[in-house]
Ligand binder design. Structure first.
Ligand SMILES: [Zn+2]
Length: 298
C-alpha cells in the first residue's frame, strides 16, 4: 500500500489514511493565509520500523524543521528548485497511537509558519525465533575481539557521516527476487543464550544470485565484516543507508557511486548465517528501520 498526502496551510484538509485494521485521519493545520508552501508525506503502512519521506515545496530561501516528541530535526534543501526533504524513521519500539508532528518553517522574508499533521502509528507484533549458529558468533575468539570492536566503531562512524545531498531520488527496489521474510525487528535467541533483535529482513536465494543496489547512492562499505560477512553499505544521502550482507562475492568498491539496479555483489552465506540468503537492512543514521517500508514509500 502506498499513500501520498499533500498538506497545505492554504486550507485545512482532512485526508483518510488506510492502515490495515484501522482507519485514521491525517489532518492539516488550521488554515493560514499562505499559499506558497506544500508538504508531501510519502509512506506506506505507518507502524514501528516504518520510514517516511517529508518533502516541502516553498520559495527560495525557505528553511524548515520538524518536531516530534520533543526532538527536532532540520530539512535539507533551500526551497525553489531545491525542495526541502527529510527522512523520518520510527524505531521498532515506537508505541502505537495518534501523534502530533509539527513543521516550523522560516520564510525568506523572516516570518515563521507552522504546519502540523497527526501521525497514526499502527500496532505491530514482532515474531520470535530461536536460531543456532557456530559458537564463534556467540563467544568471539580472543583474536577476533579487537576486530569486532573496530568494526562497531567503523559502522557507527559511517552511519553518522551521510551525504547532505540526496542521492537516492528514485523509488527503492527489492535488491533481488527470492522468498522474502517479513522479519524486521524479530526477537532472536541465538544458541539458547544470546538475545538480539533482527535489524533487517532476509531474502532466501541460492549462492551466486546477483544483488542489486536498491537506489542510487555511494558505496561506503564493501568489505568482509565479522558478523555480516562480505557486506555492502550504500549511502543514499540525508542519513539514509541500505545494508546488504553475507555475499559470496563483492562487485563494488568503497567510494564508488552506483545506480539503482546495478549489481553490487553475489549472494552467499558468509558471516553469521544458517544458510545462503541476502540480509537486507536500512538505517536512518544509527536507527534500524524496516527496508520493506522503503518499497512502499512511493
Ligand atoms: Zn538477517
Amino acid at each position: 500500500m502506498s499513500v501520498i498526502q499533500y498538506l497545505s496551510v492554504a486550507a485545512a484538509l482532512l485526508l483518510t489514511l488506510a492502515v490495515p485494521g484501522a482507519s485514521y485521519a491525517l489532518e492539516a493545520a488550521p488554515a493560514a493565509a499562505e499559499k506558497d508552501l506544500r508538504l508531501e508525506v510519502l509512506h506506506g503502512t505507518i507502524q514501528p520500523g516504518s520510514i517516511l519521506k517529508l518533502s516541502l515545496t516553498g520559495p527560495p530561501g525557505t528553511n524548515a524543521a520538524m518536531s516530534f516528541q520533543g526532538s527536532s530535526r532540520f530539512f535539507t534543501g533551500r526551497g525553489g528548485d531545491d525542495p526541502l526533504v527529510l527522512f523520518f524513521g520510527l524505531g521498532w519500539d515506537a508505541r502505537p497511537g495518534i501523534y502530533h508532528v509539527g513543521i516550523d518553517v522560516a520564510m525568506p522574508d523572516g516570518s515563521m509558519k507552522r504546519l502540523s499533521f497527526t501521525l497514526p502509528i499502527a500496532e505491530r507484533n514482532f515474531p520470535r525465533q530461536s536460531i543456532t549458529v557456530k559458537d564463534i558468533f556467540i563467544t568471539a575468539p580472543p583474536e577476533s575481539v579487537q576486530r569486532i570492536a573496530d568494526e562497531t566503531v567503523l559502522l557507527h562512524r559511517i552511519f553518522n557521516a551521510s551525504s547532505a545531498e540526496l542521492y537516492g531520488k528514485r523509488s527503492f527496489i527489492l535488491p533481488l527476487s527470492g522468498k522474502v521474510s517479513n522479519n524486521f525487528g524479530e526477537w532472536r535467541i541465538f544458541n539458547g543464550t544470546k538475545n538480539s533483535r533482527h535489524r533487517g529482513i532476509d531474502i532466501a536465494c541460492p549462492v551466486g544470485t546477483p544483488v542489486r543496489a536498491s537506489n542510487d547512492g555511494r558505496i561506503v562499505i564493501a568489505r568482509d565484516l565479522y558478523y555480516s560477512g562480505k557486506t555492502v553499505i550504500i549511502d543514499h544521502g540525508l542519513g539514509l543507508f541500505t545494508f546488504y550482507c553475507h555475499f559470496s562475492q563483492l562487485n563494488a568498491a568503497e567510494g564508488q557511486f552506483v545506480s539503482s539496479g546495478e549489481i553490487i555483489g553475489l549472494a552467499g552465506a558468509t558471516g553469521r548465517v544458517t544458510g545462503p540468503h541476502l540480509h537486507w537492512g536500512a538505517f536512518l543514521g544509527n536507527l534500524p528501520v524496516d527496508p520493506l517500508s522503503l518499497l512502499e514509500m512511493r
